[in-house]
Design a binder for this molecule. Structure first.
Ligand SMILES: *Cc1c(COP(=O)(O)O)cnc(C)c1O
Length: 632
């Protein structure tokens, strides 16, 4: 059912809510102007009131208009993300609350680098961090000592990078305390232990250290601070740090084969190098917990430190959800055996699906209640993955994906806000506990903790207002996410009909059952056994549904995306299964031929709220498959 609660949320495929958006934009632009005028009303207008009649003004306006018309015309070649005919990438229409809040905020131009430049929007950004923490099930009451902390980034890529930086800082700090010979019994006895302390033990050590420092005479405290700063990995760099601790190897990162390429970028950026990224074999495009367990065992045996294991909550290419519960279980098990590591969840895509699992009072929604809304969602393993989020160490979420917020809004959230102090650029926080115990005061100098410097306060306003209008639980924001799951279920039903009706012509398979709202489809003409031929066939089909900057938009009936299945990443079992399902001859897979070294498949992102248009009795999903049938 098209939920009436969603009707006011978007501008709409037809611009249905133009009056609402226009009213808001004009009202708040005027409001901004009054604010300027009322700042010091005694100041006369600096731009003369007759300026607009001057020839140079008119010439300027003419040039401006010409360029804006040119821009506006050019933008008509944009990808029609708003349309229910768009099933391509991870983007759809924008929520009016976010769009209006962003436009409202732009002329104030707040900068969330510091309180001085963005006094209002910094506060909103810190609150967004708490809103997201609550959605995940992290402690989100800022008066609690163990409250979580989150901030916005330009996107998921930077949030993942922030996770790497923070995990490394947490791992290396106890080693620095040891190297500086801090006389506290809590400081571990050897470097291996110090480098493998648990998240909670590191936080406790940090707190103990701060208390100890606070009691020293100021001169002694300064001396100790300097000694420790000298030993920190942030001072020494990887080279210097590991040269001083030859018994420690630089750590590795375990990530699933579905990991987004931001992980490769991130490892290059922190200086560990891509070689430190170790891919964990998959089972059904999800981390195989047994394989992860073996890799961790081997790491312990070889005294190979592990920085983190990454779980993906909604993989970019397949929408599959890793067993986060198994990842945190493995972390706890290995911790007990002396191998400590961080569990980070890359939920850039699937993060907002957590709203479906959240009651308005903040509790976890019971599985039975949740299931009543769907044909088959969520599977037991998906439910267990979301239920385990509170046990993870940090999470990446992209408001500019399933949050329906304008680019660039990503977010990083860590379970305990004390951790973030370790990233303070002034290096003093750890020691001074800047801002004391007040959560907001402590974090207002946001620019000192984040990878970016200057950062749009308007983005924070957009995310905050959206979360206020649509709270992050199943009864509010979750209605939107529910629609995406319903769309995916409807898509799969249409897919099954399509596959049956076309069985005489083409084999149609879903290579991996979708966990959420992203569905991939493989197609192979009946009788064909050759991988390269199938790839050509799918590419020809894809040519008609991809966005083509050179062709008029209206010639396109539908948009989808494509991806590939790489046997190198798939592993032999899944490769054999997929080839058999498609009736392909394994001998025709050729690692040396770029046309035949992998399988090309179609990929569909089902986040547009109007894919099933009840108002007019149209299913764009059924139409999409009709369209495909005509093109086969
Ligand atoms: C999109 C995505 C990213 C990268 O996010 P950006 O916002 O594009 O930087 C990282 N991880 C996953 C799983 C993603 O889907």
């Amino acid at each position: 059912m098209s939920d009436p609660a969603l009707h006011p949320c978007f501008l709409g495929p037809y611009g249905e809510n133009d009056a609402l958006l226009e009213k808001l934009v004009v009202e708040f632009l005027r409001d901004h102007v009054y604010w300027r005028r009322n700042f010091h009303p005694e100041d006369p207008p600096a731009i003369p009131t007759h300026a607009a009649q001057a020839p140079c003004f008119m010439a300027f306006e003419a040039r401006l208009r010409r360029e804006l018309h040119a821009l506006s015309a050019a933008l008509k070649r944009s990808v029609p993300f708003h349309s229910p005919r768009y099933l391509g990438h991870m983007v759809s229409d924008l929520l009016i609350p976010g769009l209006a809040a962003q436009m409202l905020t732009l002329p104030y131009n707040p900068n969330n680098v510091s309180e001085e430049a963005g006094p209002v929007t910094i506060e909103l950004e810190l609150k967004v961090g708490l809103q997201l923490a609550r959605m995940l099930g992290y402690p989100s009451d800022p008066v609690r000592r163990d409250c979580a902390f989150g901030h916005l980034t330009s996107g998921g890529t930077l949030a993942n990078y922030q996770a790497l930086r923070l995990a490394l800082a947490m791992k290396a700090f106890p080693v620095a305390l040891r190297a500086a010979r801090v006389p506290l019994s809590e400081v571990p006895q050897d470097d291996w232990q110090a480098f493998n302390l648990s998240h909670d033990a590191t936080i406790a050590l940090l707190a103990r250290y701060q208390d100890w420092l606070a009691e020293l005479p100021p001169g002694d405290a300064r001396h100790w601070r300097e000694r420790i700063v000298e030993e920190r990995i942030e001072t020494l760099g990887l080279l210097g740090f590991f040269a001083r601790h030859p018994q420690l190897k630089p750590p590795v990162v375990f990530a699933p084969v579905t990991a987004h390429y931001s992980w490769s970028k991130g490892l290059k950026l922190v200086g560990l190098g891509r070689e430190a990224l170790r891919l964990v074999p998959e089972a059904g495009m999800r981390t195989d917990p047994t394989a992860l367990g073996e890799l961790l065992d081997a790491a312990l045996r070889e005294r190979q430190p592990v920085l983190m294991s990454v779980g993906v909550l909604g993989s970019t290419e397949f929408g599959t959800i890793d067993p986060i519960d198994a990842l945190v279980d493995a972390r706890d098990r290995m911790q007990a055996r002396g191998l400590g590591h961080w569990v980070h969840v890359d939920a850039a895509w699937g993060g907002y699906l957590a709203t479906l699992f959240r009651e308005p009072d903040g509790g976890l929604r019971p599985l039975a209640d949740l299931r009543a809304d769907y044909a088959g969602f969520p599977s037991d393993s998906v439910y267990a993955a979301f239920a385990a989020l509170p046990r993870t160490d940090s999470v990446t979420i992209d408001p500019h994906k399933l949050g329906y917020i304008p680019y660039g809004a990503g977010a990083f959230v860590c379970r305990n806000h004390h951790a973030i102090g370790l990233l303070d650029e002034s290096a003093d926080y750890v020691f001074a506990a800047a801002g004391g115990d007040d959560f907001f005061a402590r974090h207002r100098a946001l620019g000192r903790f984040i990878p970016e410097g200057s950062k749009a306060g308007a983005a924070a306003a957009a995310v905050y207002v959206t979360h206020q209008v649509l709270p992050l639980d199943h009864a509010h924001f979750g209605l939107l996410q529910r629609q995406t799951i319903h769309s995916a279920e409807a898509f799969r039903a249409e897919l099954a009909c399509f596959a049956a009706a076309q069985a005489h012509r083409v084999r149609v398979r879903e290579p991996y059952p979708a966990d959420c709202n992203l569905v991939c489809v493989a197609l192979n003409p009946v009788g064909n056994r050759d991988v390269a031929t199938m790839n050509r066939y799918v590419r020809t089909l894809y040519d008609q549904i991809r966005s083509d900057p050179g062709a008029p938009l209206q010639l396109r009936e539908f948009f989808a995306s494509s991806t590939t299945l790489d046997p190198q990443l798939l592993g032999p079992t899944d490769t054999a299964r997929v080839l058999a399902e498609l009736d392909l001859d394994p001998a025709t897979l050729d690692p040396d031929d770029t046309d035949a070294d992998r399988l090309v498949i179609l990929r569909h992102t089902l986040m547009n709220p109007w894919l099933i248009d009840r108002e007019n009795g149209i299913s764009y999903l059924a139409r999409y498959f009709d369209f495909l049938a005509r093109r086969l």
